[in-house]
Each structure stands twice: as C-alpha cells, then as structure tokens.
Design a protein. Sequence first.
Length: 265
Amino acid sequence: SRYYREVLPGEIVKISRHDVQTLDVVRRPEGDPSAFCIFEYVYFARPDSIFEGQMVYSVRRRCGQQLAIEAPVEADLVSTVPESATPAALGYAQKCGLPYVEVLCKNRYVGRTFIQPNMRLRQLGVAKKFGVLSDNFKGKRVVIIDDSIVRGNTISPIIKLLRESGAKEVHIRVASPPIRFPCYMGINIPTKEELIANRPEFRDLANYIGADSVVYLSVEGLVSSVQESIKARQDNNPKTQKAFLGKLGHCIACLTGDYPVELEW
C-alpha cells in the first residue's frame, strides 16, 4: 500500500524500492518560525494539494469567505474567470448569500486551426480564450473573484467583454493581497516596476481596469485564512505542534517586504 504525507521542514527522506525512511530532521534555530510560501496556497498549488495538514482548496474557499466579510458589495451574482479562483468565489458567494453563476466558459478549441475566429473574436483577444454566457448575467450586477492581480493587464479585457455582453456593473474582488515586492526565494515574480501595486495607476485601479470597484483581501485576512485550521488542530493535539517543529509561520515577503532571512545583497 502507498502512503503519502508531507515532507516536514528540514526532513531528510530516503526512498528506496523497499520503504520510505526518515534519515534525519534538521531542526530550525530555536525560536525561528517556519516560513512556508503563502502564495502556494493563493495561486501556485493544485487545489487538491495538502500542505501543513490542510487542503489548498479549503484554504482558498476560506479566503473567499474572509473577502466577503472584508469587502461585501451590493450585487446580483458572484462569478470568476475560469477556473483558478473558483473555490474563493464559492466561499465569497456562500458568505454573502449570493448565487454563484458562471459568466465565462473556457473555449476548448483555442489553437485549433480548423476553427477560424470571426472578426469580433480577433478584435477581443480574450474572447478567443473564453466564451460568454451572456444569458446568465445580462442586466445584472456581477462580482468577479480573482485569485491575484499582478500586472492588471489580464482582467481589463475580461471586464470589457462582460460589459459589452450586457453586465450592468462589474465589481472585482481579489482573494489575496497586492504583490508589492520581489521574491528572492526562487519564485519568478515580475520586477517591482511591473507590479501594478507599485504603479501610479494603482491609486485608481478600478478606473484603470474598467471596473466599478476593486478590493483586495488584507494580509491579515489571508494569514488568518491559512492558519485558522492549523492552529485549531495544534490546540487539539499538541503532538502535531511538535511535528511542525516550533512556531507557525508563513513567508509573506512579496506582500509586505518582510523577508524571513537576512538579504545579503
């Protein structure tokens, strides 16, 4: 039988034909909290991944619920751009008591040469990628949940497309905080100047991307959504606290500029 579990921070594992052995666990300096990349939860990981004993999908749904608490809006329906932010959108809709409705569908024929896009599709590059389910939102106020807005140039044509297809209002809610700082831990984040959060346009982001409003999840809201069930489990079972080797922590450097290690350059 196969048994999968996470490799603990600092753990050295030997995998052979016969078994899986822990050779050693290198302990962190006393008092140093762990610094697991919080953006794994927000964006990078598959939703069925399990980190720190919790499923990424569940964390993303909690982020959506927290976003609904922090940034509710008068609207008729909640949706998303398929499909990375779906768990957050479902969480937001549930908390707000609004229906979750699909407004776009992925076009599976993109890149197939035998299907020639018509003029309108050529004009709207994004429409090649998505089909518009206009009956679902015509004349309605739509909340679109996105998982992150990094440069701001992907969401703009989508908002334009929804408006042209009959949306009365388009509100954007982002299930993560704005990325402001580069990552020195191996994640390829655009340069500081490319990040929309550092550009002058960020002061009036809604107008810049063509939305009626834009609100991001707070850093505190993200951290609490990620840590809530880990803390609950640790409180109920001191052994799990030991397993995670000390204080709970996550790297939020790309959001705050507070790096978990000293930068030497």
